[in-house]
Design a protein around this ligand. Structure first.
Ligand SMILES: [Zn+2]
Length: 245
């Protein structure tokens, strides 16, 4: 059975740092847990790090992968077996940076679509120190970038609320164009999705990542650079106040 993803339960659950779980599978370098707060690599967002501890030991979790069974990589000779009870703790500084970066990505993706003729988000990479979003089709002038980040920071300062809910495909498509939410790329078999909403539909986007409760928590966004990736795609990089390293 797939690992229960505790961080998915609500935006509030993204703020939890510790949990108890049982080992459901092991291999040479990793353990799989029945439930976890560790976010596995996926959806453009990098994995959480932290520790797993138990009676008589603890190990650093250096990598987390798997969208069904979540594998926590702890290195060789971990000594854990199926059925063992463990406690997990995530590295909060890294997680919180991902939450802020990811929410910033939703905000900027929505703004680019609205401000620049429906330019789509075709890729993103969320990291703790810097993140990037690929847009298509669009060619940003310096003035456009300035306008975009000015608008984004204005909205961050307004501290608009971020909420999550489960919605049907039809409900989502009735509110947002499918090319803005990338709903048109999802298999038709997917009927219900967890969506992240900024304010009163300032942005609405299906997403399984981790996010903050309000835009103010993102802090000041800083443009780092843009790069032409060919075929009308431009990559925009940014960081946030306190995340630069
Ligand atoms: Zn997201």
């Amino acid at each position: 059975m797939a690992s229960e993803k505790l961080y998915m339960e609500s935006i509030d659950a993204c703020y939890l740092r510790e949990f108890k779980a049982q080992v459901t599978a092991v291999d040479d370098t990793s353990v799989t847990l029945d439930k976890t707060l560790f976010y596995p690599l996926g959806g453009g967002q990098n994995w959480d790090t932290g520790t797993i501890s138990w009676d008589g030991g603890n190990l650093a979790v250096t990598e987390v992968r798997g969208r069904g069974d979540v594998q926590h990589f702890v290195g060789e000779d971990h000594g854990l077996s199926i059925g063992d009870s463990v406690e997990g703790e995530i590295d909060w500084q890294r997680r919180h940076a991902h939450m802020r970066m990811h929410t910033a990505q939703h905000l900027v993706s929505g703004l680019v679509y609205e401000m620049y003729d429906g330019a789509r988000t075709v890729g993103n990479q969320i990291h703790a120190n810097r993140s990037r979003i690929d847009f298509n089709p669009v060619k940003f002038t310096d003035e456009m970038i300035e306008e975009l980040f000015h608008k984004a920071n204005e909205l961050v300062e307004s501290n608009i609320e971020v909420t999550d809910s489960i919605m049907t495909r039809d409900e989502i498509n009735a509110i947002m164009p499918p090319d803005r939410t990338n709903m048109d790329l999802l298999p038709i078999s997917v009927k219900e999705l967890r969506v992240i909403r900024i304010g009163d539909n300032l942005d609405l986007c299906p997403c399984a990542g981790t996010h903050v409760r309000a835009l103010g928590e993102i802090g000041e966004m800083e443009f780092l650079g843009k790069k032409n990736k060919g075929k009308g795609t431009t990559r925009v990089s940014y960081t946030l106040d306190g995340c630069e390293s």
